[in-house]
Design a protein around this ligand. Structure first.
Ligand code: GLU
Length: 502
């Protein structure tokens, strides 16, 4: 790649960022880093009606939490700033005027009511109203009116929009890195509005002007923007600017069935579709991966596999490894099916890689019962149970018996573990334990296992009731580890409790 790679993530701050948006940001980041390029964040907030307070900060927080912050953007390396389109308002009109001067755009005075009437008339005949070459000379615009009429309308302060004049009878040959060559017949294009009567550019104009001014080399965005590609290429041509290269990422599909992954799918099946929790102005809370206990490494890893794969069996990738392996040519055209179980699988994996002390701190902060417990003890417990955990929230269920004595015994387990001679056997085991001075896992193992072998008793006959006494159920990590951690007195006490219950 010879040119300087500059890519941008250009979200509109209309609410929380869907994980599809995070995936777009990630692919931009990976591509930028792969080619020693720059990852730009641009906030596309020209649509005042859809602006949502707090959404911009949410986007920035989400990128930071995921671990791939932007290199350039609002308040960061503002080389091509400002990066909020609302702060660039003054810039766009001249470009719309330039297109009018070069004959590529025109003023349109049609009122909302007039357009609505056309639409309804078409609908009544089973047709769709498209404003373009086939009817523009019959509509209320500077192509159909005389120069004087146009001037007097503008001088009188009449509302107008500026529309792009799409070419007629041409076949466009578009290129997309992921989709290859695409042919478009320009006759199907409508004359999109570039500049609105409220003095703001539309997405199309602002997006192209900014990509040009910010020297964007590659546009990597979601498939929903593919239908705009022809217009965008025509705009570059009209401005006589070199167009960036384009890559349209595949849709993220529902776990089952047809269609795009939506918040409703998440609500129904119990998983978040947002990176961070979001509280709407009405007070509704949408779950976030962060608050649900996912590690950012897991989120990055599962997002990377939504539409991309390395072409090998490897599934686990750190962000650095993704940067090394990422290639836009390996991104699929077909929609990527979202698999909530796989996200858990990734989280379980990254749980094992976390630092035990950090996990212990998070566990302690989460769990009231641990307020007074020594952090080193919690850390040891965590090291024993984390292989069974997917989330920190699983910890208490897997480890409460390290902190509190069982208050009851699982009924099924009790029936399975307790036989006629169990009380007697437990009393013996208790006496062995009481006599161990050097209370270590090793000593416990040697003495108890030795006694089992010497007396030729079935292993389960002892280990099951012992586990039941310590845990209250037939689950948990190694019995000897549990005894060692809770200590001799507590072990003896718990055995006594069970004997009493029998
Ligand atoms: N503002 C658009 C969005 O919200 C950007 C599309 C693009 O990347 O061109 O997705």
């Amino acid at each position: 790649m010879t040119k300087n790679v500059r890519v941008r993530f250009a979200p509109s701050p209309t609410g929380p960022l869907h994980i599809g948006g995070v995936r777009t940001a990630l692919f931009n980041y990976l591509f930028a880093k792969r080619h020693n390029g720059t990852f730009v964040l641009r906030i596309e907030d020209t649509d005042q009606n859809r602006y949502v307070e707090g959404a911009e900060q949410y986007i920035i927080d989400a990128l930071n939490w995921c671990g791939f912050p932007f290199d350039e953007g609002p308040n960061i390396n503002e080389k091509f700033g400002p990066y909020r389109q609302s702060e660039r308002k003054h810039l766009y009109k001249q470009y719309a005027d330039e297109l009018i001067a070069s004959g590529n755009a025109y003023y349109a005075f049609d009122t909302a009511e007039e357009l609505d009437k056309h639409r309804k008339e078409h609908e009544a005949n089973g047709k769709t109203f498209i404003y373009n070459w086939h009817n523009r000379l019959k509509l209320n615009n500077s192509l159909s009116l005389s120069a004087e009429e146009v001037q007097s309308k503008i001088a009188a302060g009449e509302d107008y929009v500026i529309r792009f004049k799409s070419p007629q009878d041409e076949t466009l040959h578009l290129k997309d890195i992921i989709r290859g060559d695409i042919k478009i017949d320009t006759n199907i294009l409508d004359d999109k509005v570039l500049f609105k009567s409220d003095g703001m550019p539309t997405y199309h104009l602002a997006n192209i002007v900014d990509d040009h001014l910010m020297e964007i080399s590659h546009v990597i965005r979601g498939e929903e923007w593919l239908p705009s590609l022809a217009l965008h290429i025509l705009l570059y041509r009209a401005f006589k600017w070199e167009a960036p290269e384009f890559a349209h990422l595949p849709l993220i599909l529902k776990p089952t069935g047809k269609g795009k992954l939506s918040k409703r799918d998440g609500d129904k099946l119990g998983f978040p579709v947002f990176p961070l929790q979001w509280k709407s102005q009405e007070g509704d809370i949408s779950r976030g991966y962060k608050e649900d206990g996912y590690f950012p490494e897991a989120v990055v890893n599962f997002l990377a596999f939504l539409g991309w794969n390395p072409g090998t069996e490897q599934e686990l990738f750190s962000l650095e490894e993704l940067v090394e392996a990422f290639n836009l040519n390996k991104v699929n055209k077909a929609g990527a099916r979202f698999d909530p179980d796989k996200t858990k699988w990734f989280n379980h994996h990254y749980m094992q890689e976390q630092d035990n002390l950090k996990l212990a701190e998070a566990f302690k902060n989460n769990q009231e019962e641990l307020t007074t417990i020594d952090i080193n003890y919690i850390e040891m417990v965590v090291s024993l149970i984390k292989e069974r955990a997917t989330f920190i929230n699983d910890f208490w269920g897997l480890s409460h018996f390290f902190f509190t004595s069982p208050s009851n015994y699982d009924e099924k387990a009790f029936k399975k573990a307790i036989k006629d001679d169990t009380a007697e056997i437990l009393t013996k085991v208790k006496s062995i334990i009481t006599h161990i001075d050097d209370f270590t896992v090793n000593a416990l193992q040697t003495d108890i296992k030795g006694w089992i072998t010497d007396n030729n008793i079935g292993f389960g006959k002892i280990m099951m009731p012992l586990r039941l006494a310590l845990v209250g159920a037939l689950q948990g990590p190694d019995v000897f580890e549990i005894m060692f951690l809770i200590g001799k007195n507590e072990t003896v006490k718990r055995i006594d409790n069970l004997i009493e219950k029998i």
